[in-house]
Design a protein around this ligand. Structure first.
Ligand code: ZN
Length: 82
């Protein structure tokens, strides 16, 4: 923690009802985005956060089937564990 921090240095909108409302709306938009089964998750997050456009990642649950991804990226043990 910064020992020089003083709450009075924060902008006036921090802690305001307007900021709380905006934060909750942003959280709701992100939760709705996470619940959607649509396009590429990476591309959707980039768009949500207004980052440069991302091409489909070919790795998220919308781009690839989990079993196919695991088979391509995870080495299975030679014999079952346990
Ligand atoms: Zn993807």
């Amino acid at each position: 923690m910064n020992p020089d921090f003083r709450p009075s240095d924060l902008p006036a909108y921090v802690g305001s009802p307007e900021k709380l409302d905006a934060d909750l709306r942003g959280l709701l938009a992100l939760a709705l985005l996470a619940g959607e089964k649509g396009g590429c998750r990476r591309a959707d997050l980039a768009r949500h956060f207004e980052l440069p456009k991302e091409p489909p990642c070919s790795a998220c649950d919308a781009c690839a089937e989990a079993d196919d991804w695991l088979e391509a990226h995870i080495v299975s043990p030679a014999r079952p564990i346990g």
